[in-house]
Write a protein that binds this ligand. Structure first.
Ligand code: FNR
Length: 383
């Protein structure tokens, strides 16, 4: 019998074993040297927790709200592109897992499944991440489709108008779906279960874009469209325009600097996600757990700040919240689970993090997520 899955690292290993290398690498990699990617994780170990005793920790409670929505714990699934390449119908698996564990699922613009697929598969409100595209007609139409599909919150990503470089993706000649070269076929042949599922699904296209954007009728048209649409002219006026166009709740994602945070608070958005895109964009920028205190000071309570980047355990969630994050988003932690085992793997990732949060709260001597605060962090001048 295989050993039980007890930590996110178990899911990462399974993902690596079960999914063709180019797609595993696509999830796992950071940009350039990987410094920011690594420090997103390792900087959590610079924070120490206070272990407290004899405080009646018998009634521990994780449910809370995120952006007005009741959730089982303050952890949402971050937008991750190409989930449908990690596992056939990956976005649907992730959305169903989020629903079964009562946490928000954020669908990426760059998904294989479409907004309508998620609406049909879950029948429940979900969150949608939008890149700031140039084509105004497409922008309006995708926001309309999102409203009709039941999207209750828009995550507007600001840190990818040009793409950071990931060596592995370039060396693997990563494309979705993979080109049928001899090297790819050899690699795919080592993952027959993945390939069989992929052959059986009809969802192999970018369902939010192909057949909807002007001139994009098949995958062949997509690469040129994508590079023409990601918008390096993006400025704050355009951000404000998109926030108004949506008219509902918005989180601005990809803020990792206090001055940007201060400006973001004036856009009409409802909150932000402190993020460096999981270390996939500007390598050498500080980890998010490191920038969070300065960003919170700059915001001065103007809006809630969520955090993503490097969360691999419940302790990481608790530390981020102790510093002042309103909650967190996880990316790779659940993408590993999806590659490993589809919906069950995403559920396993959420269960692992929840159990770790619960135990960590208890060992810190608190019973409720609302009690998480700086008082549970060790500081050398406590004396
Ligand atoms: C991402 N991320 C991302 N963000 C976004 O706004 N739109 C997207 O399509 C994607 N795509 C994407 C693909 C992959 C494979 C990864 C790993 C990440 C970034 C994501 O939302 C989040 O910011 C990071 O994943 C957080 O870091 P961790 O949790 O992966 O360490």
């Amino acid at each position: 019998m295989p050993a039980p899955l007890t930590e996110i690292e178990d899911l990462r290993r399974l993902h690596q074993a079960r999914v063709p290398r180019m797609f595993y690498d696509y999830v796992d990699a950071g940009a350039w040297t990987g410094q920011t990617y690594r420090e997103n994780q390792t900087d959590f170990s610079r924070l120490y927790l206070r272990q407290r005793v004899a405080r009646d920790i018998s009634k521990r409670n994780l449910p809370t709200t995120m952006m007005g929505r009741e959730v089982a714990m303050p952890v949402a699934l971050a937008p991750v592109g190409l989930l449908g390449m990690q596992h056939a119908d990956g976005e649907i698996h992730a959305a169903r897992a989020a629903l079964s564990r009562n946490v928000p699922y954020t669908m990426s613009t760059m998904s294989i499944a479409s907004l309508e697929d998620i609406a049909e598969a879950t029948g429940k409100p979900f969150w949608f991440q939008l890149y700031t595209l140039r084509d105004e007609a497409f922008l309006e139409s995708i926001l309309d489709r999102a409203r009709r599909a039941g999207v209750e919150l828009l995550v507007l990503t600001l840190d990818l108008t040009i793409q950071g470089q990931r060596h592995k993706d370039l060396k693997n000649r990563m494309t979705a779906p993979p080109k049928l070269t001899a090297a790819n076929l050899l690699n795919i042949s080592r993952h027959p279960a993945w390939a069989m599922r992929m052959l059986r699904t009809r969802r192999r296209s970018f369902g939010n874009i192909v057949g909807h954007a002007k001139g994009v009728n098949d995958l062949g048209d997509l690469a040129a469209w994508t590079s023409s649409q990601f918008d390096p002219t993006l400025d704050w006026a355009r951000v404000e325009h998109i926030v108004r166009l949506w008219g509902g709740k918005v989180l601005l994602k990809g803020i990792n600097d206090p001055e940007d945070a201060r400006r973001a608070a004036q856009t009409g958005a409802d909150g932000l996600i402190v993020s460096n895109h999981g270390g996939r964009q500007l390598d050498g920028t500080p980890s998010t757990i490191r920038t969070l205190p300065q960003i919170l000071r700059a915001l001065d309570g103007a809006m809630p700040a969520y955090l993503d980047g490097g969360i691999r355990s419940g302790q990481d969630v608790i530390k981020a919240m102790a510093v002042g994050a309103a909650g967190v988003f996880i990316g790779r932690a659940y993408a590993y689970g999806l590659g490993a085992m589809g919906q069950r793997g995403v559920e396993a990732a959420l269960d692992i993090i929840k159990r770790e949060m619960d135990l960590t709260m208890g060992l810190c001597g608190i019973n409720d997520v609302s009690e998480i605060g700086p008082q549970i962090l060790w500081s050398e001048d406590l004396a």
